[in-house]
Design a protein around this ligand. Structure first.
Ligand SMILES: Cc1cc2nc3c(=O)[nH]c(=O)nc-3n(C[C@H](O)[C@H](O)[C@H](O)COP(=O)(O)O)c2cc1C
Length: 390
């Protein structure tokens, strides 16, 4: 973060070092909650005042906050939280010391399951109304923005919390313990305390360019466009995703078979390895493609090969590829999520010369090509899912 002489002050007068730090370092704090330091009611009320500035559907004033300070009541909530969170304790037993991707969050969540009642305050964000699953924005949805603002306000004042929802499924007991009337929905229970130390790091998250689509679901840009239109120079891509019931070890052999897409897509007509042995970075294969009567062949260079995880290849020239193609596979719940993505290169392909011929048609050419690619890619991942789950 910059010092005064280099402070980044936005047009709106905000110190961006401060706002960005608040937004990137407000973590789920559990093991670093300081249970021994008192918290005043006033700091909680201040944070609720700030949180109440959040949007609310229809400008309706239906949010309510319940601050639990009494130890006997906190103990009852703590017992209930422990009951609901028993699966975290079981999972911790299995994951501790394994280096599993979820080991840390399970260990941290388990700690909270065992210690919830020790927090100086348990703050519950609630709202008048019952969610009717109608899909219409309801009162329910108005509580979530304010709940997060509350967490941000805590962080700015040296306090911390974890946004917990496990008690929401125990509405009857909550009504009983806290005297909540029928017709109220509770959304979040925050264990509130000062944090042990105040430095927290941004979490690893996917970059915006990977999860943001422009104009059509799945159309990506490697960088933002200055005027908002799709341009070759900004790196135009396509992403399709599918969730399978099958685990990565079942899905991987299917995507590692380079001939597989030919079964499902019109454009991808088959492929064969042109190098011997197990595929690895540096291996090459030849892909056959067809659109209508037009057929063509491309040499593909493997640039990432991580079994069960990633398979990336670059078309024609690895240093200046006509396209970059990639499968990413990861565990998702009890199954897997498969992401199939591609990026149109700056040259060495048929699309770019067409797109650049007439600047007025650049976006149209790019999007038309991407729609064809997307259809073929979607057919491919749907086919993978059918094989894997079949
Ligand atoms: C809707 C929602 C529900 C959550 N429920 C719980 C919960 O019941 N218990 C808990 O310990 N953490 C809960 N969390 C916190 C997440 O586990 C936490 O955000 C995640 O581990 C990532 O940590 P980070 O926010 O510090 O990056 C919840 C978060 C959200 C957004």
């Amino acid at each position: 973060m910059g010092d005064e002489s280099t402070a980044r002050i936005s047009e709106a007068g905000f110190d961006l070092d401060h706002t960005d730090k608040l937004l990137t370092t407000t973590r789920a704090v559990r093991k670093r909650l300081d249970f021994d330091r008192e918290v005043s009611d006033q700091v909680i009320l201040d944070c609720i005042d700030l949180a109440e500035q959040a949007p609310t559907g229809g400008n309706d004033a239906s949010r309510r906050w319940l601050v639990v300070r009494n130890q006997e009541i906190k103990d009852k909530l703590g017992d209930l939280y422990r009951e609901t969170g028993q699966f975290f304790l079981n999972a911790r037993g299995r994951l501790d010391g394994t280096g599993h991707a979820k080991e840390q969050v399970v260990s941290s969540s388990s700690y909270l399951v065992e210690n919830m009642a020790k927090a100086p305050a348990l703050v519950i964000c609630a709202i008048w109304g019952i969610h009717d699953n109608s899909g219409r924005p309801g009162l329910f949805d108005s509580a979530v923005p304010s709940a997060w603002s509350f967490n941000l306000a805590l962080r700015s004042r040296g306090l911390g919390s974890a946004y917990t929802t496990m008690l929401n499924g125990r509405a009857e007991e909550l009504e009983e313990i806290l005297g909540i009337p029928p017709g109220v929905t509770t959304l979040v229970t925050f264990p509130v305390a000062y944090t042990v130390g105040t430095e927290f790091k941004p979490a690893p998250r996917r970059p915006a360019t990977e999860i943001t689509y422009f104009d059509q679901w799945g159309f990506t840009r490697s960088q933002g466009s200055a005027d908002g239109s799709a341009k070759v120079a900004d790196g135009q891509g396509v992403v399709v995703e599918v969730d399978t019931d099958a685990r990565p070890d079942t899905v991987w052999p299917i995507i590692a078979d380079i001939a597989m897409p030919a079964q499902f897509s019109e454009e991808f007509q088959g492929a064969e390895w042109s190098t011997d042995g197990e595929p690895a970075v540096g291996s090459t294969f030849v892909g056959h493609n067809k659109i209508g009567d037009f057929e063509w062949e491309v040499t593909c260079h493997v640039t990432e090969w991580e079994p069960l995880n990633t398979f990336e290849w670059r078309v024609t020239d690895p240093d200046n590829p006509g396209a970059v193609w990639r499968f990413d596979l990861a565990e998702q719940g009890a199954g897997s999520r498969l992401r199939f993505s591609m990026l149109i290169g700056q040259e060495n392909n048929g699309t770019v010369p067409q797109a650049l011929k007439d600047p007025a048609k650049e976006e149209k050419v790019l999007n038309r090509r991407r729609q064809t690619l997307k259809d073929n890619m979607q057919a491919t991942v749907d086919g993978v899912k059918a094989l894997a789950d079949g």
